[in-house]
Structure formats: C-alpha cells, structure tokens
Write a protein that binds this ligand. Structure first.
Ligand code: MGD
Ligand code: MGD
Ligand code: SF4
Ligand code: MO
Length: 744
C-alpha cells in the first residue's frame, strides 16, 4: 500500500490529504495532520475523491451522438465532429452564432483555471456566459469600481479578528467562499474563545450559527438596507474612523448623504430586524479592536446583490478595517493568479454597458450578460441567434434560473459540445462530450483560490494516477479554441499554441511596471522555464511571485521544483497590508461612491415601501453536495433524502402540511414538488430548497443520483429577475406559494 499526499481540489478549504492506494484503487482518504495549511482538516467530500475517480459513470473516452444515444469515439474522431459542427454553424450563421458557458469547476481545476482565459482569448467568441453571473458578479463589480480590479476582493483575516459580522454565508456547509480557510467553523469558535464575537445574519439558523455568538434573522433581499442603516448610525454617532485609510478614500460625504434615508426605524419593518438590534450591532462593530464584515452568496444572488456587496465594503472602510490586521485583507499568493494581472484596457476604469444582449437588451457588465440570457438567445430566431454551444465544466440546465427552459432550448441547437466528466442534465444534450481527467490523474495547485487565503501558503500535488495518452483539459481547450477559429483538428499544433500563450504572457510581464520581472529579457525567461501547459505557468507565477527566484535574480528563491519537494506545503505567514499594491483605480483612491452602484439606491428605497410576500424561497448547500455534480457518490448519499422544503411551523400550519408530506411549490416561473421538513431553523415567511438537484431527466447517466433525484429549485427562479447593476441572477427571496399534495 502507498500513501500519497495531495490537496483536495473540491472547495476553497484546499485540505491536505493522505490518499491510500492499493492495487490501483484508492482504499482510504484521511486529512494530513502535517499539512502546514490544513492541519488534518477534511470533510466528507474530500474522502470521496477515490469514489469519483473509480465512478463507473465517469466518462473516460469521448462520446459522440449517434441514433439518439452516445457511442465511444477516438479523440480525433470527436474533434472532427466538433470541427464540422462548429464550422458548419459559423459558415451558415456567422461567428456570433457560437458561444460558450463556463462553469464553476473552472475555479478549482488545474488546467481549466489557467486555460479557460486562454480559450476565451484565442477562440475569438464574441460573447461567453458563465456561472459567475449566478454567483459573485456583484462582488466583482464592487471590487472593480471601488478598488480597480474585478478580482481584488479582500478576504477576512480570520485568525486575528475579534468581531465578525457575516451575512448570507454558511461555511458550516460551504467551507468558505471567497474566503479560503480550512476548518472555518473551528476558527469561528476560536474567535469566540479569544473573547470576540461572531454574528450571523441569515434567514435560516444554519449550522454556522452553532459556532456564532448570535443569529440575526433577516428578510431575504433586504441586507443592503440594513447595512446602510448601520452606516448611517456610524455617521450620526460620530463613529466613522478611517484610521490608516484617511486621505485614501473618495466619495465619503456622498456615502453619508445617500445612507441618510436608511434609518434603523425605517428599515426595521422590511428587514424584520428591530432598530435597537441595528444600533447595538453598529456600536459593537465600531468599537471592536479589529472587525470584519463579510457577505457571500446569500447577499449576491438576491434582488440587491450589488448594493448589499457594496455596503459590506463601505462598513469595512468606515470602521478602518479594510487592509488592517483582523479586518478584511488582500492575500499575497505565492503564485499569482492570471486574474490578478492588471489589464491595460482598464487603466481608465471599468466602462459598463458597452453593448447589449440581442433579445433582452441586457447591458454587459464586466464583459458578461446574465447567464439566463443564454436561454432566449437560443430560443429567439433572427440574426445573431445562438446555434452552437460549448459548455466547459458547467451544468447550466440545473444551475441557472429557468433551468427547465434551458433544458428544452438546448435541443434546438444545431451543435453542442460539453467538456465534462459526466453525462448529466446539461451534457446529455451535447453532440460530443470531451472528458477531462479525474482530479487524481492530474497535478493540482489552486490558481485562483489562494487569492482569498487567510495565510500566504502554498501546496503542490503531482498526479497520483497515470492518465495514459488521454489529453489534459488544457490541451482540449487549446484545440477547441483553434477549431473555433476555423482550424482543422489534424492541423492544430497544441504545443505551438501553448508557446504562443506562454511567450505572450512573459512578454507582458517583462513590460509591466510593478511586475517583479519588469525589464527582463522575455526570451531569457522563456528559455529558463521548463515544462509545458499549466505546470510551466505555475512555475512562472511562483518564480515571479513574492517568494520566487526571479529566474536567477534571487537564487535562493522559490521554484515549482522546490515547492514540489514539500508535500506538506509551505507557509509564508500571516497576511500583511497591501492596499498600495492592490489599488488600481484611475484616481488612486478607494472609490467609495461610484455612480453605477449609487444609481440603484432609488430602487432600494422603493423596496422599503413594499410589503413582503407571505412566503419567499431561498437556497441552501449542504456539506455532502458540491453544486449539482457529486450526487453520484454512494457514500455521500447515505441517509435520508436531503432535497426537502424547509418550512417554519407557522407556515406549515397555514398550509395545513405535516413533516414528510409533499407540497407543490409554485412561483411565477414554474412549479416543483418536494417533501416538507418543518423546522424552527427557518424564520417565518421564508422557505428553503437546496440547489443542484433534479437528476431524473431522461438521458442523464448518473445511476446513483437518479435514485435520489430531488427537484431543481431553479425551475422556480424567474429568468428575467436580476440584480440591476451587476446582472447577477436573483435566486433568493423568490415569492412562492405552497399547496399540500394529498397522499395518494
Ligand atoms: N438556485 C440556486 N442556483 C444556483 C446557486 C444557488 O445557490 N441557488 N448557486 C450558484 C453558484 S454559486 C454556482 S458556482 C453555480 C454552479 O453552476 P455550474 O458551474 O453550471 O454547475 P456545477 O453544478 O458546478 O457543474 C459543474 C459541472 O462540471 C463538471 N465537472 C466537475 N469537475 C470537472 C472537471 O474537473 N472538469 C470538467 N471539465 N468538468 C467537471 C460536472 O460534471 C458538472 O457538469 O450554480 C449557481 N446556481
Ligand atoms: N459542501 C458544499 N460546499 C460548497 C458548495 C456546495 O455546493 N457544497 N458550493 C461552492 C460554491 S460554488 C460556492 S459559491 C460557495 C458558497 O458559499 P456560501 O456563500 O457560504 O453558501 P451557502 O452555504 O449557500 O450559504 C448562503 C446562505 O445565504 C443565506 N441567504 C439566502 N438569502 C439571503 C439573503 O437575502 N440575505 C442573507 N443575509 N442571507 C441569505 C442562505 O440561507 C444560506 O445560509 O460554496 C462552495 N462550497
Ligand atoms: S473541506 Fe473542501 S477541500 Fe477540504 S476535504 Fe472537504 S471538499 Fe476537500
Ligand atoms: Mo459558486
């Protein structure tokens, strides 16, 4: 038996694992107690990496559509099919008839995180859609406008804070998001043990609340109003202390003026948070030695996602807690991420609404339309109609609003290809499925996630199983990019394209003021770089990073080769202030009051005058799921069904329904049926369904998941409902009605 050390790629906790292998099979997975970053932490998903690798339903060879089903094909045949499919659509309808949807595993996969950007740049596709607009787009927009970088989202200095105000996040299940920290709930306990406080604001008393000092229930979609009331109190009670940010913030008086209408008394009704609680939290927050306000998906995927995300940053600035120990800080990754490179196109800021979507007229935001636009762009005839779709590691037929409509629309496409490891709700519509490698067949180093790590550390994992001659996903993507440009698959020279991408990046870095290899000879850097693909990029990012060897200029500095000699990882210490390095706004100051955000305030004020619907729906995650795609692992599916509608006893009584009975859940977008679980963990007037379910559609080849199909909550999310400034989907706070289904 051999025990391999590697990092888990499944979530932001990036746990170090001990993987036992016997006779080519994974027999056991434990946390690695010696790992410098995670110290033995792991969750049930991490123990399932072997099950994913050995899953008989996992696709290992390309599949091509034939007679309504799939048959296995060689890679060259599969790429030929893609070339004739995409080429045909381009010839018949023009380049704008081809588009792509990029899914969440892109952020976690060794190849994809580095080569999806290359694919987008090299394919020449005019528009791509992504899971980003069903997720964190408001935070991208806020970071772009306030700090000058769409990925310059600060993390939480969790181990040194004394006060954490957390909204719309449930790390008990998610293990942290845009906040990378192993054993996050243990770290919340530690805050309380050191005499600090953790306050959770959520319509549901989640598992995280067991690790908090206090739970404050809030009416979904009203966080922005509540946070602005806190800001107002800070101004009114003379509690604004910019501290070290003094002189670096623009727009302060504008913020003061614009939060004036949000008195704690006025927001008390809509938020359902008493004014005295709001006042107390404002005072606690401003008097804590080091505090952090942090919000995640619950404040993004809601009607006021941008305003709420903005108000979070406003409070961190007003209390002087941005870029300060124990507050919100920017990590300084050992290997920088492609997303952190300054984009010369944005030196003058981020212009918005540069073009609009064809059917809905949705403005682009940071280069994207709302993911749900894809549905109508496929459905609606006319010049520019989408006829070919490339899906990369995404399952939009489950994960975007109007999932059922997309499910139907995908059949209208003339051609579709999925880069995916499963025949699932989305990929079963494809003409060709190109499978990636399993997590254990490829190296791993998180490209993006270290940007939100609570310490500056690093951990590299070599591949554990040999993939044989199957291509890695970066090779698949470069081939697809060339095919999109009209290349014949047989003529595609992946190594040459990779060289082009790499050399271009190196040349850019050598010219970029602020880069650690600024002024160096690009040819020398390329010549000194070994390997290819994502490893070579990783080596470049490490060597030109804060601890790197700078290609000889700092001889005892770090390289990938050196990092690989430390299978328990390397730790470079706690976070340090970085505002000067990160801030890239044209004014050189934190732009606290950008127009595109403030112009949405009248809509929020109007919301204060509306009464809440009797019952609204929110989403949830649970520890043993990973969005839509880990329900095929038997060990994660044991126990009772998890796709239930959580209801407060009062709402259950009103509907005349008992626990375990089934209800019809209806919104203006659609209807689903689900069993009810009655629980006081919901606040009255709010119901909750998990996201990522609904595996019983015809064509889905997930034997285990099909036995526990659940229902897709995005059938209930109205397609056109978006947060206005960012275009992000609204999947929380949806008005619903429920009706008991009599047992038959
Ligand atoms: N109602 C509601 N909707 C939501 C959310 C919610 O909370 N509520 N959450 C939103 C959020 S935060 C997100 S991120 C999105 C997710 O939306 P998506 O990214 O569209 O969906 P996933 O379920 O993450 O699908 C991942 C797909 O990638 C495949 N896959 C897994 N690993 C790999 C790999 O290594 N390589 C390749 N090529 N494929 C792989 C899986 O088989 C699956 O098909 O959903 C969003 N939708
Ligand atoms: N086990 C597991 N881990 C995951 C995932 C998974 O599917 N399973 N998905 C990963 C992904 S892609 C992401 S983006 C992250 C997300 O990570 P988190 O943001 O921590 O996600 P959730 O666990 O969905 O927690 C969101 C919380 O928001 C609350 N909420 C809903 N509406 C509102 C509102 O209007 N206001 C407030 N204040 N709260 C509201 C919900 O009740 C819920 O408790 O998790 C990642 N980690
Ligand atoms: S917490 Fe995240 S990184 Fe750690 S084992 Fe679980 S899924 Fe993997
Ligand atoms: Mo996400």
């Amino acid at each position: 038996m051999a025990v391999h050390k590697r990092s888990c790629p499944l979530c932001e906790a990036m746990c170090g694992l001990l993987v036992s292998v016997e006779g080519g099979r994974v027999t056991r997975i434990r946390g690695n107690p010696d790992h410098v970053w995670s110290r033995g932490h792991l969750c049930p998903k991490g123990t399932a990496l072997g099950d994913l690798h050995h899953d008989p339903d996992r696709v290992r060879v390309p599949l091509v559509r034939e007679n309504g089903g799939f048959r296995e094909a060689s890679w060259s045949e599969a790429f030929e099919r893609v070339a004739s499919g995409i080429g045909g659509v381009r010839r018949r309808h023009g380049p704008q008839a081809v588009t792509a949807y990029i899914g969440n595993p892109t952020a976690h996969n060794f190849s994809l995180s580095r080569y999806v950007p290359a694919f987008i740049a090299m394919s020449g596709l005019p528009v791509v859609y992504s899971a980003g607009t069903v997720d964190q787009w408001p935070q991208n927009l806020v970071a772009a406008l306030l700090y000058g970088g769409m990925w310059s989202i600060p993390t939480v200095d969790l181990d040194r804070t004394t006060y954490l105000l957390m909204l719309g996040a449930n790390p008990h299940a998610s293990q942290g998001s845009l906040l990378a920290a192993p054993d996050l709930t243990g770290r919340l306990d530690a805050i309380r043990r050191r005499g600090g406080r953790v306050v959770v604001v959520d319509p549901r008393r989640t598992g995280t609340c067991r690790h908090a000092s206090e739970w404050i229930p809030i009416q979904p979609g009203t966080d922005a109003a509540w946070l602005l009331a806190i800001a107002r109190i800070l101004f009114e009670e003379d509690r604004v202390r910019l501290g070290h940010l003094e002189g670096r913030v623009a727009g302060l008086s504008e913020v003061r003026r614009r939060c004036a209408p949000f008195t704690p008394e006025r927001v008390a009704g809509p938020t359902r948070i008493p004014a005295e609680t709001t006042r107390r939290i404002a005072r606690e927050l401003s008097s804590a030695p080091a505090a952090a306000v942090y919000g995640r998906i619950g404040i993004c995927t809601q009607a006021f996602g941008t305003l709420a995300s903005w108000a979070v940053e406003v409070l961190n600035v007003l209390t002087g807690n941005l870029d300060r120990e124990g507050g919100r800080m920017w990590s300084d990754p050992v290997a920088w991420s492609l997303t952190s490179l300054p984009d010369p196109a944005h030196e003058g800021g981020f212009p918005l609404d540069r073009y609009r979507s064809r059917v809905r007229g949705a403005p682009e935001v940071l280069g994207q339309f709302p993911a749900s636009c894809l549905i109508e762009e496929i459905e609606t005839p006319g010049e520019g109609q989408v006829r070919a779709l490339i899906v990369i590691a995404g399952n939009p037929a489950v994960s975007i609003p109007g999932a059922d409509r997309l499910d139907a629309a995908l059949d209208q496409l003339e051609f579709m290809v999925s880069v995916d490891n499963y025949v699932n709700e989305t990929s079963h519509h494809a003409d060709v499925i190109l499978p990636g490698l399993s997590a254990l067949e490829q190296p791993h180093y998180d490209e993006l996630i270290w940007s939100w790590a609570i310490r500056n550390a690093a951990s590299y994992s070599p591949p554990l199983f040999d993939p044989g001659d199957r291509p890695a996903e970066w090779e698949i993507l470069l081939t697809l990019a060339a095919i999109c440009q009209g290349a014949k698959p047989g003529d595609v020279d992946v190594a040459a394209l990779d060289q082009l991408f790499f050399a271009g990046l190196v040349a850019g870095l050598c010219q970029m003021p602020g880069s650690r290899i600024h002024g160096r000879d690009p040819e020398e850097i390329v010549a000194r770089s070994a390997g290819r693909g994502p490893e070579r990029l990783l080596d470049l990012a490490i060597r030109s990073g804060p601890h790197g060897d700078l290609f000889g200029a700092r001889p005892d500095g770090l390289t990938l080769e050196e990092l690989a000699r430390h299978p328990d990882g390397l730790d470079f210490g706690a976070l340090r202030p970085r505002l000067d390095e990160v801030l890239r706004t044209p004014s050189g100051r934190i732009e606290l009051a950008p127009d595109p955000i403030l112009s949405d305030l009248p809509r929020l004020e109007a919301r204060l005058e509306e009464s809440a619907p009797p019952l609204v729906l929110v989403s949830r995650r649970d520890l043993r799921s990973n969005n839509s795609w880990m329900h095929n692992v038997p060990r994660l599916m044991a126990g009772r069904g998890r796709c239930t509608l959580l209801l407060h006893p009062r709402d259950a009584e009103r509907a005349g329904v008992r626990s375990g009975e089934r209800v019809r859940v209806r919104s203006r977008a659609g209807v689903v049926e689900a069993p009810v679980e009655i629980t006081e963990e919901m606040m009255p007037g709010v119901a909750c369904l998990p996201h990522g379910w609904g595996h019983d559609r015809p064509g889905v080849r997930l034997r285990v998941a099909r036995q526990h199909p659940g229902v897709c909550n995005n059938v209930l999310a109205p397609v056109h409902l978006v947060d206005r400034p960012s275009g992000n989907a609204v999947v929380n706070g949806i008005p619903i009605e429920i009706e008991r289904i009599p047992p038959s």
